[in-house]
Design a protein around this ligand. Structure first.
Ligand code: GTP
Ligand code: MG
Ligand code: ZN
Length: 367
């Protein structure tokens, strides 16, 4: 990872602001008992003591935001460049539930048959995310809280994955739908588009009309403003290339598909266990079915990614596997009818990782 042009200062991507920065491998931080980061000096990188002393430390990113420093675990820079995945979709579309389900499935080793193993490194935030969001969702069906508007959109969760040939942090950005809508006027939110490696567009089928009918909820003819702003932001960045296609891979996840489970062809797809290999032909078939499903219901707003991205697959998924029960009088949180049993939530992610060359060829079939 050492960059010869800069002596022993390697170039890394900050997983919070996503800017490139250089780090000398010596200046690190450890949280004190009150949780404040305190400077520690590590031995030189070549020293045999370095790995043990660096364990559990934090790095301070030199790009301060609004005068405030930010820190992240050293584990992020000890491997290949992070793969950054962003979620796009309106408020209430189901982005946060989908991420909680993906994270839970990854922790349950459900990517292993596709040759992607999770490494239990101490990414502190991941443990906190698991105990605050994923465990209540899996254990009791408690819905994650709505995502807040924030000044700096930062990553929500991250894990370390290894294949035969590489090991890389997988980083998820889950902004509030309201924030994504105003993306073009929000420099802080927009910055995540500069470094994102793949996008999951979340489509909420409860807003779609019935078979052949014009969609109620306005999706029949209107755009989804979060999709439009994201695509426009990427187009602006890519304006020098003049390509008709946006180059990063994308996937459309028709979430809440549990509500459509008695409809053709959703029942067929949702009832299928995830394949044990990365089956590109099967993925193509599901994409065609999902495209036809949305197109037939005039939900064209959610088909926009297909027209803009070089690669875009479509998937039927369910984060919860059961329907939602709004908060009762004695509760302050909404919950699902049962503990979460996600269906096919990793398929959009696998499609992106496949397009990014992160899946070893022995785990891939078709093409
Ligand atoms: N039936 C069903 N309902 C779901 C599912 N996922 C989400 N929902 C419902 O959709 C609501 C909103 O989900 P969130 O994941 O919080 O939506 P979001 O896109 O993150 O919304 P913002 O954070 O406001 O941008 C949940 O509270 C549930 O009512 C699902 O898989 N099945
Ligand atoms: Mg959310
Ligand atoms: Zn940073």
């Amino acid at each position: 990872m050492t960059d010869p042009a800069s002596g022993d200062q390697a170039s890394h991507t900050c997983v919070i602001c996503l800017e490139e920065f250089r780090w000398d491998h010596v200046e690190a931080y450890r949280r004190n008992a009150e949780g404040f980061p305190r400077l520690v000096t590590l031995p030189p990188r070549e020293s045999p003591r370095w790995p043990a002393e660096a364990r559990g430390t934090l790095i301070r990113c030199p790009n301060e935001i609004g005068g405030d420093p930010h820190y992240f675990p050293v584990d992020f820079v000890l491997h290949d460049r992070p793969v950054v995945i962003g979620f796009v979709g309106a408020s209430n579309a189901g982005k946060t539930c989908l991420l909680a389900a993906m994270s839970g499935e990854i922790d349950r080793y459900r990517l292993a048959p596709r040759g992607l193993r999770t490494v239990p490194v101490d990414l502190t935030e991941h443990a906190a995310y698991r105990s605050h969001v994923v465990d209540p969702f899996y254990g009791k069906g408690i819905a994650p809280p709505h995502t807040q508007l924030v000044e700096l959109v930062t990553y929500t969760d991250a894990v370390l994955l290894t294949t035969e040939s590489s090991s890389f942090p997988l980083v998820f950005f889950d902004a509030a739908g309201e924030q994504l809508k105003g993306l073009l006027d929000d420099a802080m939110a927009l910055r995540f588009l500069h470094r994102v490696d793949g996008l999951i567009f979340v489509a909420d089928p409860t807003l779609v009309g019935g078979d052949g009918a014009s969609a109620h909820g306005g999706q029949g003819s209107l755009d989804d403003p979060t999709y439009t702003a994201t695509i426009a932001g990427l187009r602006f960045q890519q304006s020098q290339t003049r390509s008709r296609w946006l180059q990063i891979p994308s996937a459309v996840a028709i979430t809440k598909s549990d509500l459509l489970r008695f409809e053709q062809p959703v029942d067929q797809w949702l009832g299928q266990p995830a394949p044990n290999l990365v089956d590109r032909d099967l993925r193509e078939r599901e994409s065609r079915d999902a495209y036809a499903y949305l197109h037939h219901r005039q939900a064209t707003a959610w088909l926009a990614p297909v027209d803009h991205f070089r690669q875009c697959s479509l998937h039927f998924v369910s984060a919860s596997g059961s329907s939602y029960l709004p908060a009762g009088r004695s509760e302050d949180v909404g919950r699902f009818a049962r503990p979460a049993r996600p269906r096919r939530v990793l398929e959009p992610l696998v499609a992106l990782l496949d397009a990014l060359g992160k899946i070893d060829s022995q785990h891939v079939r078709g093409g």
